[in-house]
Design a binder for this molecule. Sequence first.
Ligand SMILES: Cc1cc2nc3c(=O)[nH]c(=O)nc-3n(C[C@H](O)[C@H](O)[C@H](O)COP(=O)(O)O)c2cc1C
Length: 183
Amino acid sequence: MDDLAARLRALPSLTGTAPVHGLDALPQDPVALFVRWLDQAVAAGVPEPHAMTLATVDADGVPDARTLLLKGVDARGWAFAGPVSSRKGSQLRARPAAALAFWWPGVLRAVRVRGVVVEASRHESGADLAARSAAARADVPRGDWQLWRVVAARVEFWQGSADRRHIRIVYEPVDGTWRHTVL
Ligand SMILES: Cc1cc2nc3c(=O)[nH]c(=O)nc-3n(C[C@H](O)[C@H](O)[C@H](O)COP(=O)(O)O)c2cc1C
């Protein structure tokens, strides 16, 4: 019989290479480090580095997760978009909090973000929809497209290492400014 567990164990993981100077001069702000790491993932040819897992919880507290594209990152948070009428839309209405997870194989990096979720304005949501292709807009009922932002309360940067000496850098706000700790 096919031993799936053995086949899974035999699959390679952490096969990439960490960028040189990746941990130099950590910025004060996690957004700056995120953009640096995203740019390095793009430069290293990581496929679709803007794809991420969005985890939410429903009204009963049961988690859900799906893949989405990142729409932007700035001091307001990590932006994503989708239909209000979707499961994520209902879940975010009931429980406006979420977590994001990025995995960038090739550079051995992952990033986690969690926090409350805020709705962007109608204007911003409309602009995001307008920027989509005609085909991608075609199925969206009027007024159903929403841009949301995760307002980060914790951002964890994970730098893997082939020798398993992985490093985690955790950013959390303390008294209105970001503090980071290297674990
Ligand atoms: C690479 C990739 C990118 C995606 N990007 C989006 C996106 O930006 N917005 C979106 O609503 N769904 C996107 N999807 C589809 C979602 O994964 C999901 O199927 C859909 O949003 C419905 O999720 P829900 O039922 O939990 O609301 C994407 C899927 C993949 C695989």
